[in-house]
Design a binder for this molecule. Structure first.
Ligand code: HSE
Length: 404
């Protein structure tokens, strides 16, 4: 019997016991033994749960029990998740987590702690829920240099954009519905302001490049300002508006960003709808690889945690390429230096806008010019340039970058 503990018995933590129960024969075959959830750490009691007798309210009994080989951390947040994970690893227990905040913030320290203590720290469920993208980067693409990652990494915002498009509804209206359905949090900022996607692209970029950029290095733009008019313009242009978390890994530095973008139909990401996630990875040898699936939800995310549990307890994880990354200090390229084509909509004369744009870029194309509203796709512009153009034209209603 292999004993494990679950710390944080919320949506994902609760899903872990369900997956272990429902798939016990498959898990026994993968691990070579039965897996038993011996402790559940939570502030609450669960008197009606079959696991009521396993609930503890401090980490101490878990740390003191040498029969517990592994701890699933599904608490969320940085603290005390970080301190508990370190304490468990120092006590000789491997840790697997779904907590993107703690991995994005303390991934370097946590992986180092695992190495120092001869245990594993695994985090497949922290990005893309049930999509095995982390294992894909670490193992299947281990021999290639990844040059870029682009993903739809937040299910809530993709659901909002899908409903805005198919039902012609405003952002606020669909957000309210997403909150009722339980997709978006009551405080939806982490989803709609790009914070959740930022943490996930930080993790994928660290795995792809070996460098963990800091939170403040990732340019992050909210989805709140995207309108149905923007979505219709993208359709007219030949694509869809998506919240894209992207990174470019080049010899002159790493650059990561999260922003709404026009994505052409020729890119698979444009076709990903509802709460689904997708990640497109480009590398010189392999070319483009696409990952797709349920990026959130109780069972898909718990399933990814349990897959890590099986990998650790069976010994398979030790044979995989163990992720190693360091802080990206000095290797970061500023977002301000990167040019993107942009969609611009303005209440201004076509010639006025095109003349002004000609001072900054070549190749602006007019998408439409009707009833005093002009829509263009510009040549490449940097953020400082779009800021200047916005300052020059009071009538600019929208600026959205293009994913090329
Ligand atoms: N709020 C996140 C999302 C949950 O909507 O994708 C999964 O990290």
């Amino acid at each position: 019997m292999k004993n494990i503990a679950v710390i944080g018995y919320g949506v994902v933590g609760g899903g872990i016991t369900t997956v272990i129960e429902e798939n016990c024969a498959k898990i026994r075959a993968a691990v070579g033994d039965d897996v038993c959830v011996k402790y559940i750490l939570d502030l609450r009691d669960f008197p009606d749960s079959p696991y009521a007798d396993r609930v503890v309210h401090t980490i101490d009994p878990i740390l003191a029990d040498d029969s517990v080989e592994l701890v699933c951390e599904t608490m969320g947040g940085s603290h005390p998740a970080f301190e508990y994970s370190v304490a468990c690893m120092k006590a000789g227990k491997s840790v697997v987590t779904s907590n993107k905040e703690v991995v994005a913030t303390f991934g370097v320290e946590l992986l180092e702690c695992a190495r120092e203590n001869g245990v594993m720290y695994m985090f497949e469920a922290s990005v893309g829920g049930g999509i095995p993208v982390i294992r894909g980067i670490n193992t299947a693409l281990a021999g290639d240099r990844i040059s870029s990652v682009n993903g739809i990494l937040n299910g809530t915002t993709n659901y909002i954009l899908t409903k805005m498009k198919t039902e012609n509804r405003t952002f606020d209206d669909v957000l309210a519905e997403a909150q009722v359905l339980g997709y978006a949090e009551r405080d939806p900022s982490a989803d709609i302001d790009g914070i959740d996607a930022k943490r996930k692209i930080m993790i994928l970029t660290a795995l792809a490049s070996g460098k963990l950029v800091s939170d403040t290095d990732v340019f992050t733009e909210t989805l709140r300002n995207v309108t149905v008019e923007d979505i219709r313009a993208a359709e007219k242009w030949g694509g869809a508006v998506k919240l894209i978390a992207g990174s470019v890994i080049a010899d002159d530095g790493i650059q990561a960003h999260v922003c709404p973008m026009f994505v052409p139909w020729s890119c698979s990401l444009a076709h990903i709808t509802d709460v689904y996630n997708g990640i497109s990875i480009t590398s010189p040898v392999t070319g483009d690889v696409m990952f797709y699936g349920r990026g959130a939800g109780r069972l898909p995310t718990a399933g990814a945690v349990v897959a890590d549990v099986c990998a650790v307890l069976s010994g398979a994880a030790k044979a995989e390429r163990i992720p190693v990354f360091e802080k990206a200090e000095g290797s970061v390229k500023l977002f301000d230096e990167i040019g993107f084509r942009c969609y611009i909509r303005a209440n201004s004369g076509r010639s006025e806008l095109c003349e002004a744009l000609a001072a900054y870029c070549e190749g602006t194309e007019v998408l439409s010019d009707e009833a005093g509203v002009v829509e263009v796709i510009t040549g490449k512009l940097t953020k400082p340039e779009t800021d200047k153009i916005r300052a020059q034209f009071a009538g600019i209603e929208s600026v959205i970058r293009v994913l090329d």
